[in-house]
Design a protein around this ligand. Sequence first.
Ligand SMILES: Cc1cc2nc3c(=O)[nH]c(=O)nc-3n(C[C@H](O)[C@H](O)[C@H](O)COP(=O)(O)OP(=O)(O)OC[C@H]3O[C@@H](n4cnc5c(N)ncnc54)[C@H](O)[C@@H]3O)c2cc1C
Length: 473
Amino acid sequence: MSTIVWFRNDLRLADHPPLTAALERGGPVIPVYIHSADGEGDWPLGGATKWWLHHSLERLDAGLRKLGSRLIVRQGETAEQLAELIDQTGATHLAWGRRYEPAARARDEYLKKRFRAQGVDVQSYNDSLLWEPWTIQTGGKECYKVFTPFYRKCLETGGVGEELPAPAKLTAPGTWPASDPLDSLGLLPRIPWAGGLASTWQPGPEGAERELARFGGGSWSEYNDLRNFPALSATSRLSPHLHFGEISPRQVWHRLKGWAGPKSAAADPYLRQLVWREFAFHLLYHFPQTPVEPLRPEFARFPWQEDAAGLRAWQRGETGYPLIDAGMRELWQTGWMHNRVRMATASFLVKDLLIPWQEGARWFWDTLVDADLANNTLGWQWTAGCGADAAPYFRIFNPVSQSEKFDAEGAYLRRYLPELAKLPDQYLHQPWEAPPEVLREAGVELGRTYPRPIVDHHEARQQALEALATIKK
Ligand SMILES: Cc1cc2nc3c(=O)[nH]c(=O)nc-3n(C[C@H](O)[C@H](O)[C@H](O)COP(=O)(O)OP(=O)(O)OC[C@H]3O[C@@H](n4cnc5c(N)ncnc54)[C@H](O)[C@@H]3O)c2cc1C
């Protein structure tokens, strides 16, 4: 009796239900990762997540080796690879943690049927969410489209289960099946552009623990007051670790509860954000078309514009609006962007430039280390105003006042826009307002060292509202 534990977005050893089930059953355990496009649909891994995955798999293998085991890496069609592994190892059980993306669900359904028909005991487990998306229902047994009642219902549903311990040892099979070298998956970029990612992040469970310890040692108790200020590292920065399942939301939940103490509500603002992640998965599960289609159907008629030059300027951080440009450069350099700035940059693309939100979602998908189909879809549909519980379309982020409010002293802007660093705070948020002598003294030449604004925000805002009026008719 042996079990194949198929690792996917759960690249850790602690609090890992499929692994615990295999241990409880007894017998050899064969940990497997299969690199395949067949469960990703139209969303194959982007460049930044590929880089992360390479390092995360490396860490998982190192962790397994400490337990007397190893990670078997394969590539190719998932069903064929699993069939071959079952054949070669004589595995009687196959276990995995569930995924909720539409293509992965369809593929997993097929695999269950196929291998069960062959007499293999196939079991899937929830190892990445606090609550399964189908268990949170309204009184009328429907799914939720508004966050606050969803949040309340989650809390009523209660109990986040206890964490499971990491195994102390894993029984190896008599003979290990062949494994492909990690490098052969081609996850690392051929052109070395990932230096900024490497100096910012430590993929793997140890990296997740490091971020959690940083957060726990400092800003968690002030999260509600500080989380909107991009210059401060006041959020947990756990999103890529949560995406790849290097830490489970249950582990994070209990850690925060422990810091706050049993009777305190001090952790609630943070835990509420974790529930936004649950909401994103709930929506993706119930509305699987939403990565490409607006949830609110009237938005299919929205008069979006084709604007290749505008899109390119936005992607490169060359819009002439410092907050937008700093955010897009943070994204390019580090593979991550602060949530407040994600909202501002996304709003700029869809509302100031009238470029379809799907274009922005694709760019984020390729450049974010935490690119996640559920969260990215929710973030973009929320900003565009076409999703569940979305920001109303007429809420158009003003890139200057957002910047003045959340980065008043310009620490964030100066970090990512060194060409503006010498401008006085007063003009940093809108350099085009600076008198010529101030620009000259700061070494800024608009149109040469830093772009002039590619649109006038006030005119663009008016245009966006007019565009909205057309779909309301
Ligand atoms: C346009 C847009 C696109 C986004 N794309 C992604 C994405 O691809 N992947 C991703 O993980 N998040 C995405 N987000 C949500 C959010 O910006 C990030 O989760 C957050 O900035 C990650 O930083 P953190 O871990 O420090 O968050 P914290 O503030 O420390 O929050 C803790 C965790 O809660 C979850 N969370 C927090 N805010 C949200 C939210 N608004 N929606 C869903 N989950 C949330 C995340 O898992 C996060 O790691 C997007 C937001 C927007 C506006």
